[in-house]
Every structure is written in structure tokens, then in C-alpha cells.
Design a protein around this ligand. Sequence first.
Ligand code: SF4
Length: 114
Amino acid sequence: MMTISVLDRTAGALSKSEQPDLSLGLLHDQAGHVDHDLLLCRVNDPELWFAESPSDVECAKALCQDCPVQALCLSGALERREPWGVWGGELFLQGVVIPRKRPRGRPRKNEAAA
Ligand code: SF4
């Protein structure tokens, strides 16, 4: 006897109402429950989290590491596909985490040899 199995692609998927809320509103709500001084993007110049300079970006990423809402901040930014900035200790560009911001301008001709 032959058996035909059907893959139910909806099985196990969460409905819209069951999906975790990873909105900025939730992040703000959670951040409201922690000591304001621990949210370093709020007590420092927020421009650092949207900096052009690679060294400033690395500084912002480092400051996020001890943030009490880092995991929520990162997962929300991934979900929202943040177009720009440092979120949850990672640099986002057009919705994708990029490991390291490159300096402006063309690479040096001898960069590979350096
Ligand atoms: S993890 Fe998010 S909330 Fe925390 S300092 Fe970094 S950008 Fe700000």
C-alpha cells in the first residue's frame, strides 16, 4: 500500500498574535524597568550609535555589551531589519548585521599586502 504524506508548512508556525512582540515599543517598555544609567545609548550622545567613523561604531558596539536589554534590542533590530546604526551590540546596514564598518574612501592599492 502506498502512503502519501503532505507537508503542512503551517504546522508549528506561530500565528501573528502568538509571535513575540519585538517592536521598539517593547524595547522602550523593558528599558523603562532598568536603571537609566545602564542604558548607555541614552546617557551618552546617541549619535555615537549612528556614527560614520569605524572607531566610533566599534565604541558603540562595545558599550552595548553590558546593556541589560541587549538581547531584546538585537532580536528586535533583526526582526525589524533596521536599516542603519548599532543595535544590541551589532552594526546594521540595510537590515543586515555587518561585522565591521569599513573606512570611507577607496581601499589602498597595497591594502592586500599590508
Ligand atoms: S543594546 Fe540597544 S538599548 Fe542597549 S545600549 Fe545598545 S543600542 Fe542601547
